[in-house]
Design a protein around this ligand. Structure first.
Ligand code: IMP
Ligand code: MG
Length: 176
């Protein structure tokens, strides 16, 4: 078994309370924007988005369905552009309002790849909601419709985000 990088817990970058407040604000904004539009399909990107999606979805006041995709990027850490769909949706999204829910956007290649795949299925609309965005890192013109936090260019963990599959269940976002 590989040793953990450090035994010290990640130091807090965004507290549990601050995340809670921001998720509430995002949910209110999304609920407002989609009010009267019918059902919304939330698509969570596994695995990192599972915590954010769970919290966000339960605060929405619009009717929702929830589905997931799993993506993997080649190489270590953030993607250099090569992304692969390893688990597809079960729902048919044609004609539906779709909101992609992601934990973090770094270069944007992962999200851009997913948006292109989903767009080809002719949803009625397609928007993106990301909890965190790393400042000055975006290399694509993927549209980020809802952004929770702009964060520094550090490796962050917790609230779904991992380092080698660890720290996902921490309630706050921290840096190692
Ligand atoms: P992008 O394709 O460069 O935007 O990278 C996005 C993906 O890289 C995310 O979905 C995460 O899986 C991963 N990632 C990028 N930065 C971090 C980080 O700081 N912590 C955890 N995962 C990250
Ligand atoms: Mg992710």
């Amino acid at each position: 078994m590989p040793e953990p990088a450090s035994d010290a817990p990640p130091s807090v970058l965004i507290s549990e309370a601050a995340i809670g407040r921001r998720v509430e604000e995002l949910a209110r904004q999304i609920s407002r924007d989609y009010a009267g539009a019918g059902e919304l399909v939330l698509i969570g990107v596994l695995r990192g988005a599972f915590v954010f999606l769970a919290d966000l979805s339960r605060r929405l006041t619009v009717p929702c369905r929830v589905d997931f995709v799993a993506l993997s990027s080649y190489g270590h850490g953030s993607s250099g552009g090569a992304v692969r769909l390893v688990m597809d949706l079960r729902l048919n999204i044609a004609g539906n309002h779709v909101l992609v829910v992601e934990d973090i956007v770094d270069s944007g290649h992962t999200l851009a790849y997913l948006v292109a795949i989903l767009q080809a299925r002719h949803p009625a609309s397609l928007k993106t909601c990301v909890l965190t965005r790393k400042a000055g890192r975006l290399e694509t013109d993927v549209a980020l419709d809802y952004v929770g936090f702009d964060i520094p260019d550090r490796w962050v963990v917790g609230y779904g985000l991992d380092y080698s599959d660890r720290f996902r269940t921490f309630p706050y976002i921290g840096v190692l």
